[in-house]
Design a protein around this ligand. Structure first.
Ligand code: NAD
Length: 696
């Protein structure tokens, strides 16, 4: 008997309790322990019913991540469920916390399910590029219906206990502890001699679906985006179709085959890589044991695009925040935008009106800089100009508490220089949010040369608290994300001069999996920002600069690389821009040629990977996985491709080097020459993943 699974007796009810902190993950030892316990229940004639419950903060929250991607070891979850289904005595699953993945599958295998108020139930496997492998796709729709079952399996989004009750996923809600509630329910089942019905045998909802006349294809069509379906989505749609079309045993068998097929596939591998990389990204070796300070009050300087979004992120997490502006006008504008954003959430039904009010109430506007005095953390988000930032940090130095952490949201400026505008550079750290800051999850935490472990740890821990994915990076122009992004812009523009049109480049990149191509994305962000920056640096981008000179700033002026009709955000190709491109190629003496999608993707991504290698060599990023997390969470890199560095590994680094050498020859750009780290790994027939393995 495993120590992780305890079997007790409470009169005629057997109580099986799992204790595998912190989340009662369904490890091999737990599965074995459960089978042992149920076998003893079976042979004990005095036991008339059993309860399965968990100690600690949750019922089984899912698989054991240490087993992710490894060959399954018997007994597998299906073996546990078969044991329960063959028991011949009622089994009640008493749920609380997050009943996810294998946890929900076990519960579905029981005869009855009851849940504590606040329990969340879901099959999130799709988020790791797989489908449930122990009956989730077959049993869940039998209880909640085909349409809801499909939604839950395809989106991976959980539902709450109340909804679970109304759908028929659980039989009863309870308040308080799960074990006594489970025992009481089991006694009721025995006393009332309730019939033992296995989920697998329940067909009412399948029959109802068949009678409804709804076409399964129409339900599934919602999950096909721009004609593309990911492997796991396709498998999930197929599996739920089997619920309607196949006998349950056949459906279960096909589900298992589908699951095993996906687990070893490229997409699931990429998603597992990001899952683990995200967990690693905020870990800093020399920070071990430093916890970071609690932030009870925050302040944000500047209520513009970023400051407003940052303030919302704090309010969303329940942290009071003071928003400071120079003028009452600017402040009112900023607060107005915040209120409008929250009203939008309410109108869409994603936020209750009283919750929106509560959050708005946590944001206090001020034009008096002295209002920062009580803040534990101040984040500066004023104009991107060194002089202004220096002045702000000088003021913060005078006006904040001596132990406050002072953060800058600068995109490109030198955090070390900003830190030295204060007499406490150790308190200064970069917190680089992404736009829109209340939505985007990436947070580059920039460690300056003087940043103290305490300030760094505080930025990381508050970043997590407000729902961001913090990644620690070092100081350089553009840090990790924007430094690599710059190369993407240069290459995209160069492709235009060599023969591609904006639609060719954007189509190649969306086909690769980005939600938007680089030109549509530039139009959305506004072309004027990078134009101003290039001018300041004496740099030039032939096409983008010409567009700005024509007052074409992107969506905001209805014209940029594309045309936008009134009230529409859909980019339309513009013959005027195409003519400009063709004429510019001719003026520069560049022969235009046909460039295929594969070359476009490689021309855009491989130089970024090359820059990523330099970033690793310079220790601006700690690990290749950190770069991947930055690109997935900050720039829409398709998660199922695993980020640029992982993707390069899948292409083979020798191939990446060979292509870069050829780009260097065609463009004459020496930056395309493979970076030393890339060259070395390619020479060893190795990959970036080997660096991560060495670090662990
Ligand atoms: P913005 O122009 O929208 O807002 C800046 C705000 O700061 C304005 O409302 C202005 O009135 C206010 N301000 C200026 N000086 C001030 C002072 N001394 N005290 C208080 N408020 C002052 O700019 P933004 O896009 O929000 O950018 C702010 C910072 O965030 C910049 O450093 C920028 O590089 C960085 N950033 C921007 C983005 C983005 O996509 N916009 C993304 C990441 C980081």
């Amino acid at each position: 008997m495993s120590q992780l699974v305890e079997l007790r007796r409470d009169g005629n009810v057997a109580v099986i309790v799992i204790e595998n902190p912190p989340v009662n993950a369904l490890s091999n030892a737990i599965r074995r322990g459960l089978i042992d316990a149920f076998e003893r229940v079976k042979s004990d004639a005095a036991v008339e019913a059993a309860v399965i419950a968990c100690a600690g903060r949750t019922f089984i929250a899912g698989a054991d991540i240490n087993e992710f991607g490894k060959p399954p070891q018997r007994p597998i979850t299906n073996d546990v469920i078969e044991t329960i289904e063959g028991l011949g005595k009622p089994v009640v699953a008493a749920l609380h916390g997050t009943t996810f993945g294998g946890g929900l599958e076990i519960a579905l295998g029981c005869h009855f399910r009851i849940a504590a108020q606040g329990t969340r139930l879901g099959q999130p496997e799709i988020k790791l590029g797989i489908i449930p492998g122990a009956g989730g796709t077959q049993r869940l729709p039998r209880l909640v219906g085909i349409e809801k079952g499909l939604t839950m399996v395809v989106t991976g989004d959980p539902i709450g206990a109340k909804e679970a009750l109304s759908l028929g996923l659980i039989d009863e809600l309870f308040d308080g502890e799960s074990i006594p509630a489970g025992v009481a329910f089991a006694r009721k089942v025995v006393a009332e001699k309730r019939p033992l019905r296995l989920t697998r045998d329940r067909n009412e909802k399948i029959d109802a679906f068949k009678a409804s006349g709804i076409k399964y294809e129409d339900l599934a069509a919602k999950y096909v985006k721009r004609g593309r379906v990911l492997d796991a989505t396709a498998a999930a749609i197929e599996a739920v179709r089997h619920v309607i079309e196949l006998p349950v045993d056949e459906g279960l068998k096909r589900e298992r085959e589908g699951f095993l097929g996906l687990v070893g596939g490229d997409q699931a591998r990429a998603q597992r890589h990001i899952f683990f990389a995200e967990r690693e990204a905020a870990k800093v070796p020399d920070l071990a044991g430093v916890k970071g300070r609690e932030v009870k009050n925050a302040a944000v300087i500047g209520a513009g695009t970023m400051g407003g979004g940052i303030a919302m992120s704090f309010a969303n997490a329940g942290v009071p925040v003071t928003l400071v502006e120079v003028t009452q006008d600017a402040l009112s504008r900023g607060l107005g935008t915040i209120a409008k954003n929250y009203q939008g959430n309410v109108a869409r039904g994603s936020l209750k009106p009283e919750e929106a009010e509560r959050r708005i109430g946590l944001i206090k506007g001020e034009t008096d800089f002295g209002a920062v005095a009580g803040a534990d953390l101040v984040i500066e988000a004023v104009f991107e100009e060194m002089e202004i930032k220096n002045k702000v940090f000088g003021d913060l130095d005078r006006l904040t508490k001596s132990d406050a952490v002072l953060a800058t949201n600068t995109s490109y400026l030198d955090v070390d220089a900003i830190a030295h505008a204060t007499k406490r550079p150790q308190a200064v750290v970069g917190m680089h949010f992404f736009s829109p800051a209340n939505v985007m999850r990436l947070l580059e935490v920039v460690r300056g040369k003087d940043t103290s472990p305490d300030a760094l740890a505080t930025a990381i821990s508050i970043g997590r608290k407000i729902g961001k994915v913090p990644v620690v990076v070092g100081v350089c122009h553009g840090f990790v994300g924007n430094r690599m992004h710059r190369l993407r812009s240069i290459e995209a523009e160069r492709l235009l001069l060599e023969g591609a049109l904006p639609t060719d480049v954007d189509a190649a990149m969306t086909e690769f999996g980005f939600p938007m191509g680089p030109f549509a994305a530039s139009d959305l962000a506004g072309l004027d920002i990078s134009w101003r920056m290039r001018k300041a640096q004496g740099a030039r981008a032939e096409i983008a600069d010409a567009l700005c000179e024509m007052q074409r700033f992107g969506q905001k002026s209805k014209r940029g690389f594309y045309l936008y009709e009134e009230g529409s955000r859909t980019p339309k190709p513009d013959p005027e821009v195409e003519q400009l491109i063709v004429e510019t190629s001719a003026r520069l003496g560049m022969a235009r040629r046909n460039i295929v999608a594969k070359e476009i993707v490689e021309r855009i991504l491989f130089p970024m990977v090359n820059e990523g290698s330099r970033i690793l060599d310079e220790k601006i990023a700690q690990r290749p996985g950190d770069i991947d997390v930055i690109w997935v969470y900050g720039y829409g890199f398709p998660i199922w491709r695993g980020g640029p560095m992982h993707y390069a590994d899948t292409c083979g680094l020798a191939y990446v080097c060979e292509r870069l050498r050829s780009f260097a020859a065609t463009t004459g750009d020496q930056r395309h020459k493979p970076a030393p780290l890339l060259e070395r790994l390619a020479g060893e027939a190795s990959g970036f993943a080997s660096l991560a393995e060495k670090a662990n």
